[in-house]
Design a protein around this ligand. Structure first.
Ligand code: SF4
Length: 346
């Protein structure tokens, strides 16, 4: 990364930890710190709620291009405490954005300590996001994370109070940028000017907690089972399949294709697994405390999505651990109005 035109003696040996999400803004913040002559260590936190698989690859490609080391950390278990009970509440879906920012910055602060770095940088932009990037929210994240002025937002730094590197005289005010608001024009122009191509397109929808189907399923799970009763695999299962709430104590998850069927089979422990020995059909899971009549209803529901002929009986294999039984049921008609009533998140 080419350096900006200024004296670098003041920043020699000074180190920043850059919180990298795979998005454009954090990539630019990292690139700017490098251009100013700081040593940078990248950190990416995997929470388990990212949409898409490519973000880690993108962060990896970015840090390789910039020539900075990357720390990839799995914080999935710890992050669940944020999702279960956010101090500052949820946004429009089940996104605890303020608590999430505090958590991320706090984790980056731990990396800063371990790496012997001097401050943390993020790609936050003043006024870009309604819940987590207005001025009061930025101040709150700095305070709640415990980082205070060791938290630096290079893209909006000129518009914000002086932070540690500025107070120490390592940088001048005008070294930071003065980007604010929702437009990405300046960021895209800078990316092109600095030759940065490795970032996830700023299209939103990168977080499961922001998506309606996931939020509906999560709210249902919190209501019926209680947030503290949900383990990491429960949160993960909410991603896959069609979900149907038959009663407060019984839920059915039906795979939508072969890939999902294979994934659902992996969630078998502690659940009833339904499959079709005689016709092509989905794998389905039953959660909760189903009575015999609930299992039969679940089998009829799953059969609706099999290749069984409408109105003709079909065999459904029901397995729980080592116990296996077979039920012969009539598939529910595809226009059964209960289907829409039971469905979660579609
Ligand atoms: S959208 Fe998701 S990842 Fe982004 S700040 Fe909100 S909760 Fe965190």
């Amino acid at each position: 990364m080419e350096r900006a035109h200024r004296s670098y003696d003041t920043v020699m040996g000074k180190k920043a930890v850059a919180l990298l999400s795979g998005g454009l803004d954090s990539a630019l913040a990292c690139a700017l710190a490098l251009r100013l002559g700081f040593e940078v260590v990248g950190v990416n936190l995997a929470t388990g709620f990212c949409v898409g698989q490519g973000r880690c690859d993108t962060v990896l490609a970015l840090t390789q291009r910039l020539g900075v080391p990357l720390r990839l950390l799995d914080v999935g278990e710890e992050f669940l405490t944020v999702v279960r009970a956010p101090k500052f509440g949820y946004g429009s879906a089940m996104n605890p954005c303020l608590d999430c920012r505090v958590f991320m910055v706090r984790e980056a602060g731990k990396v800063m300590e371990r790496e012997g770095a001097d401050f943390v940088i993020t790609g936050e932009v003043l006024g870009q996001r309604p819940m987590s990037q207005h001025r009061r929210a930025l101040d709150l994240v700095a305070a709640e994370s415990g980082l205070g002025d060791r938290l630096v937002r290079p893209l909006s730094g000129r518009l914000l109070p002086a932070t540690f590197p500025e107070r120490m005289g390592w940088v001048r005010r005008e070294d930071w940028l003065d980007i604010q608001g929702r437009s990405r024009k300046r960021q895209l122009a800078l990316a092109s000017q600095w030759g940065l191509t490795e970032f996830v397109q700023p299209s939103g929808g990168c977080c499961l907690l922001l998506t309606r189907p996931y939020a509906v399923r999560l709210r249902d799970a919190f209501t019926t089972r209680g947030a503290d009763a949900l383990g990491r695999d429960d949160f993960a299962l909410l991603r896959f399949g069609r979900h149907f709430r038959l009663s407060p104590t019984v839920k059915v998850v039906v795979g939508r294709d072969e890939g999902e069927n294979a994934v659902l089979a992996g969630f078998a422990p502690g659940r009833w697994v339904l499959s079709f020995p005689d016709v092509p059909g989905p794998v389905a899971l039953v959660e909760g405390e189903p009575a015999a009549c609930d299992l039969e209803l679940a089998a009829r529901l799953a059969a609706r999505y099999s290749d069984a002929r409408p109105g003709e009986p079909v065999t459904v294999r029901v397995r729980y651990g080592n116990n296996v039984q077979e039920l012969t049921v009539l598939p529910l008609p595809s226009d059964d109005p209960q289907l829409a009533r039971w469905r979660l998140g579609e």
